[in-house]
Design a protein around this ligand. Structure first.
Ligand SMILES: [Zn+2]
Length: 286
């Protein structure tokens, strides 16, 4: 059995602040260790149910070179490298394909605009106001669940700060295990459980997630096809730049849409458009 793990960083044990999320942050090196430990914990828990399982882990945060491979569980292989469209067209779901059976999302965070959401954003906080799938506002949990759902892969575990749970439960099929790593106070503060505790919760959560998967209790997230992923930018200049990508339609001043036969094609095209938008001269962002 092959398990796909999409690993983000904002929802990782003990992470609450931008300083922990970027390579020039003074506390980044410690946060990388915490991120790696969270991933190892879900692998350990899953192996209790499926001792021969293999794991494909996609480093899905920022520079996408955060996880420390020297410390990664030997049952895993790691997707490393920036998510340029030519490199990793599936961004946080790169490495997933029809050979995987089930997915875990670790270190995830609430979507852009979540009141008091811890480090909340969707894909690119500095550029994107909202992302919608078939008109429904989504966060990265539903976005990536829709991508892996293309191969009928269900999401069996999501971990992150507590306010992510209702978002996840409202936007992807029920049955998955949610592991809360911290209680959010505001955008950059939370009441955090220490790693010794979250490790146990993540291990137990992954064991339960694998049991639920094997019992057929988790279902893939499959939006109606053809699917439209639309991206509402903060600035109209970004939408104009994004609309240069073929297959992208500009639906209003600040919004573009990628309509495709399936979620993988739509997500790839939307991500390509977002990357193009970020090539825009940053001067006007000030
Ligand atoms: Zn992130």
């Amino acid at each position: 059995m092959k398990v796909f793990i999409s690993a983000d960083m904002e929802g990782v044990t003990g992470v609450v602040h931008r300083d922990q999320l970027v390579p020039d942050g003074k506390t980044y090196e410690r946060a990388r260790k915490l991120m790696t430990a969270d991933v190892n914990a879900v692998i350990t828990g899953a192996l209790r149910v499926e001792p021969s399982a293999e794991f494909i882990v996609c480093d899905g945060h920022g520079v996408m070179r955060n996880l420390i491979i020297e410390e990664l569980h030997e049952a895993a292989q790691l997707v490393i490298g920036p998510a340029s469209p030519s490199n990793k067209p599936l961004c946080q779901s790169q490495g997933c394909d029809e050979t995987c059976q089930v997915a875990f999302f670790t270190g995830y965070h609430s979507r852009a605009g979540t009141p008091n959401g811890l480090l909340c954003h969707t894909w690119v906080g500095s550029a994107i106001t909202n992302i919608r799938i078939n008109g429904e506002i989504v966060g990265e949990t539903a976005l990536n669940a829709a991508v892996v759902g293309h191969w009928n892969i269900p999401v069996a575990l999501v971990s992150g700060a507590h306010e992510l749970e209702p978002e996840a439960r409202a936007s992807i099929p029920e049955g998955f295990v949610f592991v809360g790593t911290k209680q959010t106070y505001g955008f950059s503060a939370a009441l955090c459980l220490p790693p010794a505790k979250t490790r146990k919760l993540l291990e137990e959560g992954a064991t339960e997630a694998m049991k639920r998967f094997k019992a057929g209790k988790v279902k893939p997230h499959k939006p109606t096809l053809p699917v439209t992923i639309s991206v509402e930018f903060h600035r109209r200049e970004m939408a104009a730049k994004a609309a240069e990508i073929s297959g992208i339609e500009r639906t209003d001043e600040r919004t573009i849409a990628a309509k495709a036969a399936n979620t993988v094609e739509a997500a790839e095209r939307a991500w390509k458009a977002v990357c193009r938008a970020q090539e825009e001269e940053p001067g006007w962002l000030k």
